[in-house]
Design a protein. Structure first.
Length: 261
C-alpha cells in the first residue's frame, strides 16, 4: 500500500503553520470566520478592513494607494504573504434595505458602487498582494464568491416582506460575484506558472437572524434542507488555502448544500 507523504500529513496538523494570511473585509459578516479558521490552522493572520479595529490594517480595497501601504506594512512586519482571502464586499440583505426600488428605478450609482467594491476591489487586492506572491513563486488566493455568481436570486424568497416596492436582491451583487469567479480563472491561468493558485469559494446562504418565512422558503430549495452554518465554511476555506489543494487552481468551490445542483 502506498504510504501517505509527509507533505500530505502536514496538511492535517496545523496546515498553515508559519504562513502569513491576509483577509480583506475582516470585520464583515464572514471576515471573522475566515480569520479565526486561518489562525487556528497556524497562520499569522493580518486582517484588513475599511474600519478600524484591534490589530486591523485600515485600508479600503477600492483605494490602490491604501492597499500598497498595507502591503508595505505587512512585508516589513511579517514578510511576503502566503495566503490572500478576498472577502471585502458589499451586499444588501432585506434588513439593511432602508429604501427599496422597482428594478427600473435602481440608481446606477448604487449598481456601480457594488461592482466597484466587490469586483474592482478584488482586482485591486489581487494586484497588490497577489503580485508579491507571484514574485515569491508561491501562494494561494481564495476569492469569496456566492451561489448568486451561478444562478439568479429568487424574488419569491422575499415576497412576504412588508415593503413597497417589494424587496429585490440587488442585480449588481450577482453580477459582481460572477465577475469575481471569472477573475479567479483569469489569474489562475496567468499565475499558475509562477506557483500561485487562485480559487473561488462560493457560499450559499449563511444562517444569521433571517425571518422564519424566509428560512422556510430557502430551506425548501436546498437539498440538504438548511442554510449554512459558519462552521460549514471552515473546512472548504482551509482546503483551498493550504497544500491540501496544491493541484487545484481556477476552481469555484460551491458550499451551498446543493442549492445550485
Amino acid at each position: 500500500m502506498r504510504q501517505v507523504s509527509e507533505t500530505a500529513l502536514a496538511t492535517v496538523d496545523a496546515p498553515l503553520r508559519g504562513r502569513i494570511a491576509i483577509v480583506t473585509g475582516a470585520l464583515g459578516k464572514l471576515g471573522p470566520v475566515w480569520a479565526e479558521a486561518l489562525a487556528e490552522a497556524g497562520a499569522t493572520v493580518v486582517p484588513v478592513d475599511l474600519r478600524d479595529g484591534d490589530g486591523v490594517l485600515c485600508a479600503d480595497v477600492t483605494d490602490r494607494a491604501a492597499l500598497d501601504e498595507a502591503r508595505e506594512r505587512v512585508e516589513a512586519e511579517h514578510g511576503t504573504p502566503h495566503v490572500l482571502v478576498n472577502n471585502a464586499g458589499v451586499d444588501q440583505p432585506p434588513a439593511a434595505a432602508a429604501t427599496t426600488y422597482a428594478v427600473e428605478d435602481v440608481p446606477l450609482e448604487d449598481f456601480r458602487r457594488t461592482l466597484d467594491v466587490n469586483l474592482a476591489g478584488t482586482f485591486n487586492a489581487i494586484q497588490v498582494f497577489g503580485s508579491a506572491m507571484r514574485d515569491a513563486g508561491r501562494g494561494s488566493i481564495v476569492n469569496i464568491g456566492s451561489l448568486y455568481a451561478s444562478i439568479a436570486a429568487e424574488p419569491r424568497f422575499y415576497d412576504h416582506m412588508d415593503a413597497d416596492p417589494p424587496f429585490l436582491k440587488p442585480a449588481a451583487y450577482g453580477a459582481s460575484k460572477a465577475g469575481v469567479v471569472n477573475l479567479t480563472r483569469y489569474f489562475a491561468r496567468l499565475w499558475g506558472p509562477s506557483g500561485v493558485r487562485v480559487n473561488a469559494l462560493s457560499p450559499g446562504g449563511v444562517r444569521g437572524g433571517q425571518d422564519p418565512d424566509f428560512l422556510r422558503k430557502y430551506n425548501e430549495r436546498v437539498p440538504l434542507g438548511r442554510m449554512a452554518e459558519a462552521d460549514d465554511l471552515v473546512g472548504p476555506l482551509l482546503f483551498l488555502a493550504s497544500d491540501a489543494s496544491r493541484y487545484v487552481t481556477g476552481h469555484e468551490l460551491r458550499v451551498d448544500g446543493g442549492f445550485t445542483a
